[in-house]
Design a protein around this ligand. Structure first.
Ligand code: HXC
Length: 476
């Protein structure tokens, strides 16, 4: 027996070395951790149970039969994060650049099947040169097997992708289907085709970082949800994110002792998680400091995606409204503000989680309807006394309906002011809508937290029965 256990111990030691010490040193030199070091940082100490450590590739071409690494470039298994079951795969760049072979894909698929059957989150730590070039088309099949499982698991278990190195070509579509993407600044990048292909096809000269680095995807494309300063920061973000979300769609988010938090992005809509009374909520808030908080294509899409995530995973929604309307202009119209704005409207309408709205200032026009109005299913609608709820801003309204009177007045500027004041007095307040019951209560700002907390507690057992359907057709 001793001989047998020694053989096993040698194999475990070999697997732990991945592609060997030289490649591990090269990985560290780039400022990157190894696949196993990342798992150690993510999971609770001693909780990791590895699956498939001894898997090897089956490739016989290009001398591959002589180059065998135990585990085949991906470490897979389960453990706990803050005591909660979590499945994780971590690509090992020291083995063929973390490239995806047939068996590498099989290991990830096996893990995804387990995560789905057992209803726990799946975390992917991506660091890969893409398809294993020596295997050709087999690895394409492997990718598609993963994409399919990502899709089936979507909305059932949370799926998070942390990009710790290259993620290029078709490989990007697995993270793209998952719920959240985190990228590490300077050492990770994502693109469908790299700088060389871009140069050949479009004659643009662009670096990897500029084309698909964390900053680009956080600020330009919106592909990534978090740009993290280093790998540890990314892993800590994963842990924090998990603390807000339930294990699966049948579960509720964990309840913690009172704490308040959130994250903010510089776009004209702010989305993020917070806790109120120790319970997770998702917040969608117009950001008046950027573009006056207007709804445009990007902010509508961003808001819609976040709302749908929260609804998938039973996270109640708080919508803070200060919106002057939709952004006008040819650029917005030609790029489809109609279809894209409809995404947010659709997402909030179909969401069945408890939904609360607080109008703090402006709620104008169609944006009033879209931002979780009573009419599209909000459960409780509050307004501050400063709220202005109207078809449009007072000046714009007056210029249309009193145009003739103003033009004919002896002092048009004075006439405009008088009419504007009159209109504002009538509509730029919350009382007209409160009289109609569109607002349930006008509250002073200092009462907001308490009111919202009590309302969420009241709504805790909310049940909504929607008509039977296969699935809706959100305007994509
Ligand atoms: C096999 C690969 C590999 C790959 C890297 N390696 N990518 N082996 N298949 N796809 C190996 C290298 O041979 C090298 O082996 C080791 O990994 C590290 O690679 P380096 O090039 O030394 O590292 P670095 O300089 O950091 O560059 C990383 C890289 C580069 C930018 C990822 O390796 C690269 O461009 N790789 C090819 C990327 C690619 O074109 N992939 C296929 C895309 S098509 P040694 O033995 O020296 O350590 C695709 C289709 C997916 O992915 C479609 C899905 C639907």
């Amino acid at each position: 027996m001793q001989k047998h256990t020694a053989i096993l111990a040698a194999k475990i030691a070999e697997a732990h070395l991945g592609g060997g010490e030289k490649r591990i040193a090269a990985q560290h030199k780039k400022g990157k951790l190894t696949a196993r070091e990342r798992i150690d940082l993510l999971l609770d100490e001693g909780s990791f149970e590895e699956i498939g450590m001894l898997v090897t590739h089956r490739s016989q071409d290009f001398g591959m039969e002589k180059e065998i690494y135990l585990g085949d470039g991906v470490v897979t298994g389960y453990g706990t994060v803050n005591g909660r079951l979590t499945y994780v795969f971590s690509q090992d760049f020291t083995v063929f650049g973390g490239s995806l072979s047939e068996t590498h894909a099989e290991k990830i698929c096996k893990l995804m099947d387990l995560a789905l059957k057992n209803g726990a989150p799946l975390i992917g730590l991506n660091d890969s040169g893409g398809a294993r070039i020596q295997e050709g088309v087999v690895s394409l099949g492997g990718y598609a097997d993963i994409f399919y499982r990502n899709t089936i698991a979507s909305g059932v278990i949370p799926q998070l992708s942390a990009i710790m190195g290259p993620c290029a070509g078709g490989a990007v579509y697995s993270p793209a289907i998952t719920d959240f993407i985190l990228m590490v600044e300077k050492t990770s990048y994502m693109f469908v085709t790299g700088p060389n292909v871009v140069k050949t096809v479009t004659h643009e000269e662009v670096s990897s970082e500029e084309l698909g680095g964390a900053a680009t995807h956080a600020s330009k494309s919106g592909v990534t949800h978090f740009a993290c300063s280093n790998e540890l920061d990314a892993i800590n973000h994963v842990k924090k994110l998990l603390s807000y979300i339930p294990q699966n769609c049948e579960d509720k988010a964990p309840v913690y002792a009172y704490e308040s938090n959130g994250n903010e992005l510089r776009e004209n809509i702010v989305v993020g998680f917070a806790r109120i009374g120790g319970r997770s909520i998702g917040i969608v808030a117009n950001q008046p400091a950027v573009l006056a908080g207007v709804l445009d294509i990007n902010s509508s899409r961003k808001g819609a995606r976040f709302v749908r995530f929260c609804d998938c995973f039973n996270i109640p929604l708080l919508v803070l409204v200060d919106v002057p309307g939709f952004l006008p202009g040819t650029d917005q119209e030609w790029h489809g503000i109609i279809t894209n704005g409809a995404k947010l409207l659709y997402a909030l309408s179909e969401a069945t989680v408890p939904k609360i709205t607080v109008i703090t200032r402006k709620a104008y026009g169609g944006a009033y309807d879209v931002m979780n109005s009573k009419h599209i299913g909000a459960d409780m609608n509050y307004a501050w006394p400063s709220a202005e709820i109207a078809v449009m801003g007072a000046k714009g309204a007056v210029e249309i309906i009193f145009k003739k009177d103003i033009d004919a007045a002896a002092d048009p500027a004075q006439a405009l002011k008088e009419k504007t004041d009159l209109y504002a007095e009538k509509f730029a307040n919350p009382y007209g809508v409160a009289a109609r019951g569109f607002i349930d209560e006008v509250i002073v700002p200092s009462q907001t937290r308490l009111k919202v907390m009590k309302a969420f507690a009241m709504l805790e057992n909310k049940v909504v029965n929607l008509p039977r359907k296969k699935h809706g057709n959100i305007p994509l």
